[in-house]
Structures are given as C-alpha cells and as structure tokens.
Design a protein around this ligand. Structure first.
Ligand code: SAM
Length: 243
C-alpha cells in the first residue's frame, strides 16, 4: 500500500516512520510520502487560506492550492487507483470496520485541513473522479488533520498482512467480534496483593476462552452498551446471554 499525506506541517507526520510503521516501511510492506502543501503556492507569502464567504470567524483553505497539490500527488487516476481521505470532525466516524475496508486500497491519499477546514469544492470535485471519504476520528475538534491521519494510518497499517508479528493479535482485538476485549495479565502472579484470576493459570483452554468471552461481554455492557445493541441477533449464544 502507498500512503500520501498532504499537510502544511510535514514534520507533524514524523511518527509515521517510527516503530511498527517504520518497520513496515523498511520491509517494503508500505510506502509513505509526506508532501508540503505550500510547495503548490505561487505567492511570496505561500498563502494557503483566505477569509470565508458569508463571513464568520477563522479562515478557509483555498481550493486552488489543494487542487494543484492533489492533482500532482494523485496523478492520473487510471494509473494509480487511489482513495482520498479528508479528516474532518463533520465526517462519518472512523471505525475498525472502515480501517479493515481501507486495507484493500492500493493507495490512500490524506488531505490534512487546518483553520476552519478545506473549501468544500475540493471534496466535491475529487468525489467525481475517485472514492472520497470525509472522516472524523471522534466527537471533538482538533486544530488540524495531522493527528487524525496518524490515528487512521496506524489503525489501517497494523491490519495489513505481515505487519503484526502474530496476525491473531488483530483478529482478537476489541471490535473484531463487535465487543471490547477483556482485561489482560502477565507475571507476577500477585502484584500489590492483587492476584491474577486463577482460571488464566489453570491450563484449561476452554475455561480460559469462556472467561475471556464473559469479561468481554461484561466490559462491553458496562462501557459500550451501544456496541452490544448493534450486534446481529445470532452473535450471542445461550452461554453469552447468561453473563
Ligand atoms: N470548523 C470545523 C468544524 O467545526 O467542523 C473544524 C475545523 S478543525 C479546527 C481544523 C481541521 O482539523 C479540520 O479540517 C480537520 O482536518 C481536523 N480535525 C479536527 N477535528 C477532527 C476530528 N475529530 N476528526 C478528524 N479531523 C479533525
């Protein structure tokens, strides 16, 4: 997969080259390019924003600069099937399911907004040429799209084949079966008078699986009842319903 990010703060994206993502780049599993939006400005101030039509506070990012940048980065759509992602608090929620869907994309191009966001015509124009997603990482407002891109790229890349050491990690994570994952423990057996639940040391794999499932159900019911309510009717068996 190739990932392009267009931003006015390229250094914000430095963590894309760290840790798991950095190793994925080194191993040729992903290719990452970060582009400075100001490279496509033509004025001495390298302006990327202007005042909003209709008045109001703040500035809006100019469509001309974004158009030149995205035309150049995306290239002929026929040669490089890409999906454009525009982070915005006014977008649809980014979820684990969306992260899974994006793993099949050959290219993801992210357009990081700042100020009051990007002129809407940029989204409208590219939506006529290619798949475009306006996506929010949560119900709060950040100052720019860069942090949202770090979140989304990390969530997608760890799902790509070969990136995680053990693919079971992703398969058993929260959300993969519609539930939150239950608690995890490691050595020592007792820490500050708190013991590890005995069943986890029993060697009884069926009992461990049942215990983990029960804890996942309990935690989801307590913290995210909306997830339980959204499960398909056949997702829970009789043992699950007894929890
Ligand atoms: N005026 C916009 C609104 O209320 O919808 C907020 C703009 S915000 C200050 C500036 C930029 O930060 C956005 O264009 C977007 O790129 C990014 N951003 C802020 N919150 C975000 C969120 N929850 N998810 C994704 N991107 C976000």
């Amino acid at each position: 997969m190739r990932i392009d990010v267009v931003t006015i703060f390229p250094s914000y994206l430095a963590p894309l080259r760290e840790a798991l993502l950095g190793r994925a780049i080194d191993r040729g599993l992903i290719e990452v390019a970060v582009h400075d939006l100001r490279d496509w400005t033509h004025d001495v101030h390298q302006a990327v924003d202007d005042s909003p039509y209709g008045g109001g506070p703040g500035m809006v990012m100019k469509p001309q600069v974004w158009g030149e940048a995205l035309d150049s980065v995306i290239g002929p759509v026929i040669d490089s099937p890409a999906r454009l992602v525009v982070p915005t608090p006014a977008g649809r929620p980014f979820t684990q399911q969306l992260a899974h869907e994006w793993t099949s994309a050959e290219r993801l191009v992210f357009a990081c907004g700042r100020y009051e966001g990007i002129d809407q015509r940029v989204v409208d124009h590219y939506a006529q040429r290619m798949p475009v997603d306006e996506v929010s990482i949560g119900d709060y407002v950040l100052v720019g799209g860069e942090v949202a891109v770090l979140v989304m790229v990390e969530a997608v890349v760890r799902l790509l084949p070969g990136v995680l050491g053990n693919p079971r990690s992703a398969a058993e994570d929260s959300f993969s079966d519609g539930l939150l994952e239950g608690p995890a423990y490691t050595r020592p057996e007792v820490w500050r008078d708190l013991p590890v639940p005995p069943v986890l040391r029993s060697g009884d794999h069926a009992a461990v699986d049942r215990w983990r499932r029960d804890r996942a159900l309990e935690r989801t019911a307590r913290l995210r009842p909306d997830l339980l309510a959204a499960l398909p009717p056949d997702a829970l068996d009789e043992a699950d319903r007894a929890v």
